[in-house]
Design a protein around this ligand. Structure first.
Ligand code: NCD
Length: 305
């Protein structure tokens, strides 16, 4: 039985197949409309979410399956002290597959150990967010036509941003990838990722503080929100939260074909005036997120259409 804990759980070839499947789903949705008839997806969300939970649910509904679950720790038996291990054992009796988001790093691994159904890690603390990465890869491949030979700017909260951590892990497997890490000193990419992922794979990267300095050379800019909920004190968050604001004036510095991605939710880091720029791809990214999660559910349940 397969689970999805990290984007590296799939080989590059398997990922290609998954993205091809997502592309076929986009082109022929009717073909897949009953593929999961009689199957149930459980969403176990111990942390707030809009897109990730609803897109997993939409994906299962689009496949003709059904959904059940909870959307906050407060509405589950976690408030009574139940462990993830016990919860997942029970959920295995109610559903065929589950997606779980939890504030603690490593929680998805605990779930996997105790589950008898496939577990999708829908975000574990500041660690990984593999389904967002699948979404990002499908968006980049669909809009740029490739996943290799690109200079990618990652901007914002690179310390706590799990979407960035997962995306870096996935992209270093493609040739010709370079990163520009754009963050304030306090929110730099953790050294374990610089060392164990970038250095180990000999990936060229530079670290800069000013977004304006990085913009002109980029093929893609991945903006992120400052992760308020992972800060230890409010004062630091307030100091950091508006460090970067991408607006139309800054977009003039960028190439005419540079894509702007953002996992969302956006707070202030992308001004709404950028939404109408043809390079803004973050709302298209949301739609790709549904197709790729449909492909993921089919793959983990080993359903062929
Ligand atoms: C991201 C997350 O939860 O890590 N959101 C999402 O799933 N699209 C990014 C964020 O919350 O900033």
């Amino acid at each position: 039985m397969r689970h999805l804990m990290s984007p590296l759980d799939f080989t590059v070839e398997e990922l290609d197949k998954l993205l091809d499947l997502a592309g076929d789903i986009e082109a022929n949705p009717q073909k897949y409309a009953h593929a999961c008839a009689g199957k149930k997806l459980a969403t176990l969300f111990y942390e707030p979410s809009t897109r990730t939970r609803l897109s997993h649910e939409a994906a299962m509904l689009n496949l003709g399956g059904s959904i059940l679950g909870f959307s906050s720790a407060e509405s589950s038996s976690a408030t009574k002290g139940e462990s993830v291990a016990d919860t997942i054992r029970m959920i295995s009796c109610y559903a065929d597959i589950c997606a779980m988001r939890h504030p603690k790093e490593g929680s998805a691994l605990v779930a996997k150990e105790h589950a008898s159904i496939p577990v999708i890690n829908a975000g574990d603390g500041g660690h990984q967010h593999p389904t967002q990465t699948l979404t990002d890869l499908l968006t980049i491949r669909s809009l740029k036509g490739r996943l290799d030979h690109m200079k990618i700017g990652l901007c914002g909260d690179l310390k706590f941003g799990r979407t960035v951590h997962s995306l870096i892990n996935a992209l270093v497997r493609y040739p010709g990838i370079e990163f520009v890490l754009i963050s304030p000193e306090e929110l730099r990419l953790p050294s374990y990722i610089r060392r164990d992922v970038l250095d180990k794979n000999k990936i060229p990267y530079e670290e800069v503080v000013r977004l304006e300095d990085a913009l002109p050379g980029l093929d893609l800019l991945y903006m992120t929100r400052v992760q308020k909920e992972r800060f230890f004190n409010e004062e630091d968050y307030v100091r950091m939260k508006d460090f970067y604001i991408l607006d139309s004036r800054k977009m003039e510095l960028a190439r005419p074909d540079m894509l702007v991605l953002h996992p969302l939710p956006r707070v202030n880091e992308i001004s709404v005036e950028v939404d109408k720029d043809p390079r803004a791809a973050y709302f298209k990214q949301v739609q790709y997120g549904v197709y790729v999660r449909m492909a993921l559910i089919l793959t983990l349940l080993e359903i062929e259409v």
